[in-house]
Design a protein around this ligand. Structure first.
Ligand SMILES: *Cc1c(COP(=O)(O)O)cnc(C)c1O
Length: 405
C-alpha cells in the first residue's frame, strides 16, 4: 500500500475506552457505516445512531441531552443562533393562512421575521399586551396556531403572568412557545409552572445559547426544547429539511461553559440587583426596570414564579434597564453611554463583560406602555466584574455627561 493511501487507511485504531471530564470534539460531515445493512438500519432521530454530521455527533447529541435536562424538557434541537431557533419554530409549525401572536415586548427580530418572511408566506401576526391576559384572549381566533411568550420581556423587562397566559393557550387549543433566554432554565421551569405537579407548561422553548450557556460573548447558538414526542418529530423533520447545523467546536465550547452556568447566573444576578437598587436611588434615572424590584412592572408575577423554597430570594438574569429622566436629550443620554468605561457598547448579554445599549421604545412598540415612565431607555447587561467597580463607572459617567452634579 502506498504511503498516501496508508495515511488515510491506517491500521492503527486508538483503544475505544477513553473517558475525560469534557466530551470530545467529534467533527464530521461524513459518518462511516460498517455495511449497507447497517446504514439502512440507522435512525438519527432518536439519537440511537449516527448517519451524517448534520444529524448529530457524540458532541451535539450530548449537548442536546444536557440542554433538554436543564430546561425540564425531553427533546432538544440545536440551531446556529437563538434567532435561527425562533425562525425554525415558525417555519416548522406555521402554514399559509395561520396567525401567530407575539408579545409587544418580544425580542425585536421575532416581530421582524413575522413582518418579513412570514408575511410573504401568507402567515399573519398580531402583537398582544403580555401584561393583559384578556388582551391575548381577545386576539386568539380559529386561525391562531402559535403564541410566542417571553419572560421577562426584552429591554423593558415586564414579567408576565406566565401561568395564566399558558393556561389560556391550553384552553383555546393553541401552541405556546417561550423564549426562555432570560430564565435560562434556572430561574423557573417552563415545562412545570405548577412546581412539582407538572400540570402546566409551555409546549416548547427556544433559548439563545449565545447568552448564558456560552458565557463568553464568543459563540452564536440556539436550542429548541420540548416535552412532546410529536412536536419533537415535526421540529426534527424541519431541521433535516432546512439543514441548519452547528459546528462541533462551538458545541464543545457551550458544553464546556454549561457546567459553570448556574454559578455565573447567580453571580451576575446578585451584581445586577445590587447595581439596580443603587440606580433606583439616583435622580438621573426616573425608573429602573428589573423584575426583582418591587416597583418594576410584573414584579408580583416574577415573585410567584421565581421565588421558591430552594431560592428564597428568587432568581433573575443579570440584566436590567433604566429610564433616563425625560428632561435629558438623546445627545445627553448618548454622552452618558459613551462616558462609561467598563460597560462596553454592544449587543448581547450573559458574557464576562458588562454592556450598555440605548433603545428607542417609540419605534419598537406597537402600543403605548402606560407603566413606563417617559424618557429614553438604556439597557445595562452585567458581566462578571465587581459590582462596586460597575457602580463607580455609572457614577463617573453620570458626572462626566453632566447628568448629575
Ligand atoms: C439574543 C436573544 C435572541 C437571539 O439570539 P442570537 O443567538 O443572538 O440570534 C433571542 N431572544 C432573546 C431574548 C435574546 O436576548
Amino acid at each position: 500500500m502506498s504511503r498516501s493511501t496508508e495515511l488515510i487507511h491506517h491500521a492503527y485504531l486508538p483503544p475505544a475506552e477513553f473517558e475525560a471530564p469534557q466530551v470530545g470534539v467529534f467533527k464530521a460531515s461524513t459518518v462511516i457505516f460498517p455495511s449497507l445493512a447497517a446504514m439502512r438500519e440507522r435512525e438519527w432521530m432518536d439519537k440511537s445512531s449516527y448517519t451524517y454530521g448534520l444529524h448529530g455527533t457524540p458532541t451535539t447529541f450530548t449537548l442536546e441531552e444536557r440542554l433538554a435536562t436543564l430546561e425540564g424538557g425531553t427533546h432538544c434541537i440545536l440551531t446556529p443562533s437563538g434567532l435561527a431557533a425562533i425562525a425554525h419554530v415558525d417555519f416548522a409549525l406555521l402554514k399559509t393562512g395561520d396567525e401567530v401572536l407575539i408579545p409587544d415586548n418580544a425580542y425585536a427580530p421575532n416581530k421582524s421575521l413575522a413582518e418579513g418572511e412570514l408575511a410573504q408566506f401568507g402567515i399573519t401576526h398580531q402583537v398582544y399586551d403580555p401584561q393583559d391576559v384578556n388582551d391575548l384572549a381577545s386576539r386568539i381566533t380559529p386561525r391562531t396556531r402559535l403564541v410566542w411568550l417571553e419572560a421577562a420581556g426584552s429591554v423593558t423587562m415586564e414579567f408576565p403572568d406566565l401561568s395564566a397566559l399558558v393556561q389560556l393557550c391550553k384552553a383555546r387549543g393553541v401552541l405556546c412557545a417561550l423564549d426562555n433566554t432570560w430564565g435560562a432554565g434556572l430561574a423557573f421551569n417552563a415545562f412545570d409552572l405548577t412546581p412539582g405537579q407538572g400540570k402546566l407548561g409551555v409546549d416548547l422553548t427556544i433559548h439563545a445559547l449565545t447568552k448564558y450557556p456560552s458565557g463568553g460573548g464568543d459563540v452564536l447558538m440556539g436550542s429548541i426544547v420540548t416535552r412532546s414526542d410529536e412536536l419533537a418529530r415535526v421540529l426534527k423533520l424541519t431541521h433535516m429539511r432546512l439543514g441548519t447545523g452547528v459546528g462541533a467546536n462551538d458545541a464543545e465550547m457551550v458544553l464546556r461553559s454549561l457546567s459553570s452556568m448556574p454559578l455565573r447566573y447567580k453571580a451576575q444576578d446578585l451584581a445586577a440587583r445590587t447595581l439596580a437598587a443603587w440606580c433606583a436611588s439616583q435622580p438621573a434615572f426616573s425608573q429602573v426596570l428589573h423584575p426583582a424590584l418591587s416597583s418594576s412592572p410584573g414584579h408580583a408575577n416574577w415573585q410567584q414564579l421565581c421565588v421558591t423554597p430552594h431560592e428564597p430570594d428568587g432568581l433573575a438574569a443579570g440584566i436590567f434597564s433604566v429610564v433616563m429622566d425625560e428632561r435629558f436629550t438623546s445627545a445627553q443620554v448618548d454622552a452618558f453611554c459613551d462616558a462609561l468605561q467598563l460597560f462596553k457598547i454592544g449587543y448581547s448579554w450573559g458574557g464576562p463583560m458588562s454592556l450598555v445599549m440605548p433603545y428607542n421604545m417609540a419605534s419598537s412598540r406597537v402600543r403605548s406602555a402606560s407603566h413606563l415612565k417617559r424618557g429614553r431607555v438604556v439597557r445595562l447587561c452585567i458581566g462578571l466584574e465587581a459590582a462596586h467597580d460597575l457602580q463607580a463607572d455609572v457614577l463617573q459617567a453620570l458626572q462626566s455627561a453632566q447628568l448629575q452634579s
